[in-house]
Design a protein around this ligand. Structure first.
Ligand code: NAP
Length: 462
């Protein structure tokens, strides 16, 4: 038996359902709130009142680090999902069940058993505000969801037991999905892996699937990276390639195998937006999504590309920057550079596109050949110039000055002609691999709520 961890907002039934599950499975029931009270010798309202939420979270982390790793049911506090180290501990070798309930039901249950307030808002507004704030984290915590609004405790336990036995993918859907993967350009060894995981025998009904969605996507390093991370963090997941010309088909297949998440690559970053229920603020403003999380019947879209571009630039805020290109990744770059208060000028081969992008983000634009008059201290290449097999550079060697920092978003080859020339000229350089590392780290956080140290990703990709 695996450890079963129950997540959810207060009042969704974690303690009551956990107690029933433990009785029916004849295993121990562990309530982290009860352990915190025992450890501190005080009630949770007393801890909140005397020392505040911060002290409570420290105690919670200590208790979670000491939990048994198998053969038990764990009921967690509602805010536990906000702490990435707790998520790393709780997700390892566990089946994670998210309990939900509608706001009115939660309100009624909490009125019967009041808990310490989390905000200064009136109770009803607090419930809505805190759940909204935690929504992405709850989505990351969910392998399986149960809405407890209209089910008894025993019925909710039945649903969880059924899930533990059979998972959520029917045998028919497993076979149909495998036929589709087998007909795609997926490499033979990846097809073999999927065959054993989807159709067996035997196959573990609790294995969750994720993948990169694109056409083509054979070049993607995401399967290597994510599958190694699943081993490291002991997650029962498999990452593959959804390799098809139609994002509609990909989304249908992903739902068929109850996928946990997708990384979206060319050419679907814009098109996928039509298939999502919710899109984060950055994704909406950039007009592109590269991360999809499926949870409890809702499909969430986010953009982590801009965070991948922003991270290596944190020490460059306020620079005068030139952005070369006005396509998809240039929009994410413009969003990141402006977020760092840079003075941005977009140059593009087709000036109308530079103008349109600059108007959207409120920055400057010029014609492609205006570079020399700008004298930037920062240059970002967001064109495919220099991407294998192309060997050209977007700038002439004499345009590179040693005071410049040059960031090439192209990452195949790892050292592009622009980066090589910039190094020769004495510039500081940042390669496109940095974007992949940081955006993947953010993606993993959105999928599982776990923060992977940057060094771990570098080691895997080395
Ligand atoms: P895109 O939407 O097709 O946009 C391409 C941009 O490059 C357009 O502005 C286009 O100008 C310009 N361009 C194309 N060929 C050109 C040429 N010969 N001379 C001058 N300008 C040219 O592509 P994208 O999705 O933004 O991707 C751009 C590059 O970023 C790709 O090489 C990709 O590999 C890289 N990228 C890297 C990462 C990473 O993780 N490091 C992530 C995403 C993308 P027009 O408007 O005139 O067509």
């Amino acid at each position: 038996m695996k450890r079963i961890v129950l997540f959810g907002y207060r009042g969704t039934g974690k303690t009551a359902i956990g107690t029933v599950l433990a009785r029916r499975l004849e295993v121990a029931f562990v309530d982290t709130d009860a352990l915190i009270e025992k450890k501190s010798g005080r009630t949770i309202p007393e801890i909140f009142q005397d020392e505040g939420e911060e002290r409570f979270r420290i105690l919670e982390r200590e208790v979670i680090a000491g939990l048994p790793v198998s053969d038990c049911i764990v009921s967690t506090g509602g805010g536990v999902v906000m702490d990435q180290s707790n998520m790393e501990q709780l997700r390892a070798t566990s089946v994670c069940v998210l309990l939900t309930a509608d706001l009115a039901t939660i309100g009624r249950r909490l009125a019967r058993a009041p808990r310490p307030p989390l905000t200064s808002l009136p109770p009803k507004e607090e419930i809505a505000a805190v759940i909204t704030r935690r929504q992405c984290n709850y989505a990351a915590a969910a392998d399986f969801c149960v809405d407890t609004s209209r089910t008894s405790t025993e019925q909710a336990a039945d649903q969880i037991l059924c899930f533990l036995e059979k998972g959520t993918i029917s045998v028919v859907d497993r076979k149909s999905a495998f036929r589709w993967f087998a007909a795609s350009p997926l490499p033979a060894h990846e097809q073999e892996q999927l065959k054993s995981l989807l159709v067996g025998p035997p196959c573990d009904p609790l294995t969750r699937f994720l993948g990169v969605a694109g056409w083509p996507c054979g070049h993607s390093k995401s399967p290597l990276l994510f599958n190694r991370l699943f081993e490291r963090y002991r997650l029962n997941c498999h990452y593959t390639r959804f390799w098809d010309t139609s994002i509609r088909t990909i989304m249908e297949r992903a739902r068929e195998i109850d996928a946990k998440g997708l990384s979206i690559t060319i050419p679907f970053k814009q098109e996928v937006m039509a298939f999502l229920d919710e899109i984060d603020a950055a994704g909406q403003q950039i007009g592109a999504v590269n991360t999809v999380v499926f949870a409890c019947g809702t499909t969430y879209g986010s953009n982590t590309d801009w965070l991948g571009i922003r991270k290596p630039l944190e020490n460059h805020s306020g620079s005068r920057a030139v952005l070369l290109g006005a396509g998809g990744v240039a929009a994410a770059a413009a969003y990141a550079l402006l977020d760092l208060d840079m003075d941005v000028t977009i140059l593009n081969r087709t000036p109308e596109k530079a103008c349109a992008l600059a108007e959207r983000f409120g920055c400057h634009w010029r014609a492609w050949d205006a570079f020399d008059g700008i004298n930037p201290d920062f240059v970002v290449n967001a064109t495919p110039l220099g991407m294998q097999p192309d060997t050209s550079s977007p700038l002439r060697d004499d345009q590179l000055k040693k005071e410049m920092t040059v960031f090439d978003l192209v990452y195949t080859p790892p050292v592009t002609p622009l980066i090589a020339a910039a190094r020769k000229a004495g510039c500081t350089t940042i390669t496109g691999t940095e974007v992949f590392i940081h955006q993947a780290r953010e993606q993993f956080r959105l999928f599982f709520g776990i923060d992977v140290p940057e060094t771990v990703i570098r080691e895997i990709l080395a």
